[in-house]
Design a protein around this ligand. Structure first.
Ligand SMILES: C[S@@+](CC[C@H](N)C(=O)[O-])C[C@H]1O[C@@H](n2cnc3c(N)ncnc32)[C@H](O)[C@@H]1O
Length: 267
């Protein structure tokens, strides 16, 4: 069961705290009309299962892992990454880069009710909210206030080992799901980098496929199925037969910047 809890500190005209089914709070965006996480999967559980474990478990033997957290929002994907890293005593050096457009949300983060797992990370949350950066020991995190598309274009080619693609849905925030956007991401991801997304929409998979990504279906107990994408092969993941998908859905199309500019809807 999901309930909203109006707290004076966090809730404002645009954001409301909502209890999700794993007992952790997420938020509801009144601007986008969507929750920040699946309330059914649970905020912490979703972040851990769909983003953090699929990437960290495959990158944990590397000396360094460079991750892109799109979009930071309440910061669950970054914070869960740090929590998991500490919990399992990983030795990989972490560099995490996270763009987030909503400056008022970033300012309000210290008053959000985070899961108890994040209690030791309070100094990270406060530093990111006020200074946009946290750097200590094996961790370096940068939070950029601004547009993710602009941010992605700034990086040199072949930089990232993992991308958490966690924008609002293609229907409500289509600019972060077009073939051109995934093309920009492809240019900054290493060949064996992994992109994680909760989206299982064919339009999303086509946009990735058209940029040379292989697509993988992930099914885990306790969360809805999700997608991994990589230019390389992903161990222990079930590759999706995109040729077959395209043949059986001949009218399906990736979102494109041009169509969005013209107001053409595909979803
Ligand atoms: C689904 S929420 C992200 C959830 C987040 N990963 C978390 O753990 O809380 C989507 C976020 O995208 C942000 N956003 C929307 N458009 C954006 C853009 N063009 N660039 C950067 N952030 C954007 C919204 O402000 C919102 O915080």
């Amino acid at each position: 069961m999901v309930t909203t809890m109006p707290t004076k500190q966090f809730n404002d005209t645009l954001h409301a705290m909502v209890l999700s089914e794993d007992g952790t709070y997420t938020a509801y965006s009144k601007e986008y009309g969507e929750h920040y996480h699946s309330t059914k999967d649970g905020a912490l559980h979703e972040s851990l299962s769909k983003h953090v474990i699929p990437v960290l478990e495959r990158k944990k033997e590397q000396e360094e892992a460079v991750l892109l957290d799109i979009c930071f929002g309440l910061g669950f994907n970054t914070l869960t990454t740090l929590w998991y890293h500490r919990r399992y005593n990983l030795k990989t050096k972490l560099r995490i880069y996270a763009p987030e457009l909503d400056s008022a949300l970033i300012d309000a983060l210290p008053s959000f009710v985070y899961p108890k797992e994040f209690e030791p990370l309070l100094e990270v949350i406060c530093a990111l909210s006020t200074e946009g950066m946290y750097s200590k020991g094996l961790w370096h995190v940068e939070l950029f206030r601004g547009d993710a598309r602009e941010y992605v274009r700034k990086f040199a080619p072949q930089t990232f080992d993992g991308v958490y693609q966690d924008a609002f849905s293609p229907k409500t925030n289509p600019v972060l799901w077009t073939r051109e956007y995934f093309g920009d991401l492809a240019r900054i991801m290493k060949n064996d980098a992994i992109l994680t997304t909760y989206s299982t929409a064919l339009a999303t998979r086509l946009a990735l496929h058209e940029n040379g990504f292989k697509l993988y279906l992930c099914e885990k107990e306790g969360v809805r199925s999700f997608t991994l994408a990589s230019k390389g092969s992903v161990a222990e993941a079930q590759e999706i037969d995109m040729a077959h998908k395209i043949k059986t859905n001949p009218h399906a199309k990736a979102l494109s910047d041009a169509d969005l500019a013209e107001g053409v809807e595909h979803l």
